[in-house]
Design a protein around this ligand. Structure first.
Ligand SMILES: NC(=O)c1ccc[n+]([C@@H]2O[C@H](COP(=O)([O-])OP(=O)(O)OC[C@H]3O[C@@H](n4cnc5c(N)ncnc54)[C@H](O)[C@@H]3O)[C@@H](O)[C@H]2O)c1
Length: 352
């Protein structure tokens, strides 16, 4: 099915919604494509990918009927997909998303939405003008431990959340020391732009305190000293009153670790790997139930179908994705301000 109408919604529920993938790299092959297949409501029928070897991988994964192009421009000249799924390196997001919007295609994009706040705002405004959906993949919301933590907060297990401490430690960037993640011209920033985006929407969601008022940040190159971006960042967000978030990220750790502590006025919870431990004030520590995750799934394909549920709803009505757009704008705005703070030696920067 193709549809030439601007902002056209999906066809009848039983027909898969046809889309194009732009960038057939790691996350497209191992995260998005299996996610689309599990979801069942979508069909990827064309791919834009400049690398011939990667196009062959797309051919192998999608079968002989898939239509492959070397660029999005070539694809859009020949195809009318209902949507475009953007999975290219971050510094290419703004121009790729903009091209899809200009062609009046709905857009699902990998994070970050863009690499500057100005570009993100211009994309959000352009999508609204064109009447097309623009959804950023915030897949970590659907990680079982984070779902469980949100359920514990919503059940009042820790009272009103007041402070989050979020640590993401890795020994190197995904893709290793030769990854584009260490190259500013493709990554647009370092670990803060890469994994910081996930930390931000997760932290903001768990705290539920609305928009931060100010940010302080420092960045460093601890292990990848020749890289053009930081491999380590520390960010503190103030929300007014006594609500605060403290985020630490590094690619210079000795082992992989994700640790979150959320403290409230009625207790605290800790996410330690796949466990969520809740301690109500004066009570004993107990495990909060966490649904099992899909095994051996380092690309988190199992967390992608719920992103597609949101995208399907946004295709029917772009307004449905307003909270996702607000979340993406907030992430971009905090990252922008955090880099400004780091450039000034960690001085606080106010957020509008
Ligand atoms: N949400 C998550 O959990 C998650 C996980 C991994 C990556 N990502 C994001 O996904 C995006 C891609 O990351 P990746 O790990 O798959 O990188 P990757 O390098 O494996 O893949 C990127 C692909 O884009 C292709 N490409 C480059 N320029 C292009 C262009 N102009 N048009 C079309 N294709 C182009 C490259 O040839 C490559 O095949 C990044 O934005 C990254 O931040 C998100």
């Amino acid at each position: 099915m193709t549809d030439e109408r601007a902002g056209a919604g999906p066809a009848a529920a039983h027909e898969p919604i046809e889309g194009a993938l732009v960038g057939f790299g790691g996350v497209a092959e191992h995260g998005h494509l299996p996610g689309f297949q599990r979801h069942g409501g979508f069909a990827i029928t064309s791919v834009a990918e400049p690398d011939a070897t990667r196009r062959e991988r797309a051919r192998a994964a999608l079968g002989p009927a898939a239509r492959l192009y070397a660029s999005l421009r070539d694809l859009l000249a020949a195809e009318k997909p209902v949507f475009v799924d953007v999975a290219v390196p971050p510094a290419l997001h703004a121009e790729t998303v903009a091209a899809a919007i200009i062609a009046r295609r709905h857009v699902l994009t990998e994070k970050p939405l863009a690499t500057t706040l100005a570009d993100a705002e211009s994309l959000l405004a352009a999508a609204q003008r064109a009447g097309v959906a623009l959804v950023t993949a915030h897949n970590w919301h659907y990680a079982p431990a984070f779902r469980a933590a949100r359920a514990a907060v919503q059940a009042g297990a820790i009272g009103r959340p007041l402070r989050i401490d979020f640590v993401t430690e890795r020994t190197e960037p995904a893709g290793g020391p030769d990854s584009w993640r260490l190259d500013r011209s493709l990554a647009g920033g370092g670990i803060l732009m890469d994994h910081g985006w996930h930390q931000l929407y997760l932290a903001l969601g768990l705290l539920g305190a609305g928009a931060p008022r100010s940010v302080r940040a420092t960045t460093a190159r601890r292990r990848f000293t020749q890289a053009s971006v930081e491999d380590t960042a520390e960010v503190t967000l103030h929300f007014g009153g006594d609500v605060e978030a403290h985020l630490v990220l590094t690619w210079a750790a000795t082992e992989r670790r994700t640790a979150v502590t959320l403290s409230g006025d009625g207790g605290s919870l800790a996410i330690d790997g796949a466990r969520v431990l809740v301690r109500e004030t004066g009570g004993a520590q107990r495990d909060w139930p966490v649904l099992p995750d899909a095994p051996d799934d380092s690309w988190h394909a199992a967390w992608f179908p719920p992103v597609l549920d949101l995208f399907a709803a946004a295709l029917a009505s772009p307004a449905t994705a307003a909270p996702n757009r607000q979340e993406a704008r907030m992430c971009q705005s905090v990252i922008d301000a955090a880099y400004r703070s780091a450039a000034r030696g960690g001085d606080p920067v106010a957020l509008s």
